[in-house]
Ligand binder design. Structure first.
Ligand SMILES: [Zn+2]
Length: 293
């Protein structure tokens, strides 16, 4: 599966005001194209992202490393190394590295994993929190960033633990309970500043307590959207994933985000877009569309 990485650097960097940010390409997964685009018919979505013979589309696992003035912040952690071959085949996961491609990407950006001060999870699905923990060569489970404070919405952790039939395939306790046992959770409720220049904002719909991450410096603003808008193809308001638990809530989360993003010229960062790590809305277009180039 190494060809999935073709053209995908380990990390890419840009700046938000005086804050450097690095998109860490922590791997690739292949998810069902129909599930990724909900009610949008295939003839429309496959023009944006073509599907393979199993109807799967390639998706990045793009984490974000933020050089905030007072802390090094890692947003989301990819899939990790704990899943077995069957799971990795179903979801088409390729993220090999030391111990995963996430850590290789952090080094590529000029840091060591041990330098991370804060791990911020947008939500606890396996492709966002899987790298919170890892299996060592003896098969023992460890927290990946034992020196870091771990931030998630309190409601998201409670929800992940509810394990109902609709959601439990996405929430794997080994991704988040070792963080609990290590006493590393810093649970937040609602919008909150996490460290200078970095805050979280609720963007519910995909899950009831999903959050996005705001980076602000010197009047420049960026938003790491996570699953409220996983790729640039999901910018149009009704292009909402079938995975979303409350699609009409996602719709309103997106409407509010795009109004502010357009007015304040935000840099929008896409976690799963296979090609485009970030971009800005074109103010000349009424539909949400990225500025070309
Ligand atoms: Zn998700």
């Amino acid at each position: 599966m190494t060809d999935s990485f073709e053209g995908l650097p380990l990390s890419r960097s840009t700046a938000v005001g005086s804050i450097r940010i690095h998109g860490i390409e922590a791997g690739v997964q292949l998810l069902d194209g129909g599930a990724m685009f909900g009610v949008v018919p295939k003839p429309l979505w496959e023009r944006r992202i073509p599907a393979d013979s199993r109807n799967r589309i390639p998706l990045a696992l793009r984490c974000l490393l933020i050089e905030a003035p007072e802390a090094l912040v890692l947003v989301d952690t990819g899939v990790g190394n704990k899943s077995d071959e069957k799971f990795r085949d179903i979801y088409g996961i390729s993220n090999s590295g030391d111990p995963t491609r996430l850590e290789d990407g952090i080094r590529h950006a000029g840091f060591e994993p041990v330098d991370v001060d804060i791990v911020l999870n947008t939500h606890l699905h396996f492709d966002h929190a899987g790298g919170n923990t890892f299996l060592d060569e003896d098969g023992e489970l460890h927290v990946s960033f034992p020196g870091a404070r771990h931030v998630v919405q309190k409601g998201e952790l409670d929800f992940a633990r509810s394990r109902n039939e609709r959601i439990r395939a996405s929430y794997i306790p080994d991704n988040f309970e070792p963080v609990t046992h290590s006493g590393l959770w810093d649970l937040v409720e609602g919008a909150a500043e996490i460290t200078k220049g970095v805050s979280v904002v609720p963007t519910p719909g995909h899950t009831p307590f999903h959050q996005s991450v705001m980076i602000e410096s010197d009047g420049d603003v960026a938003c790491y959207l996570a699953d409220v808008c996983p790729t640039s193809a999901h910018l149009p308001l009704p292009w909402i994933m079938g995975y979303d638990l409350e699609p009409l809530v996602t719709l309103e989360s997106k409407r509010g985000l795009w109004q502010r993003a357009r007015a304040e010229d935000w840099l929008l960062i896409f976690e799963h877009d296979p090609r485009t790590p970030w971009g800005r809305l074109d103010p000349a277009e009424t539909a949400p569309k990225l500025v070309a180039g």
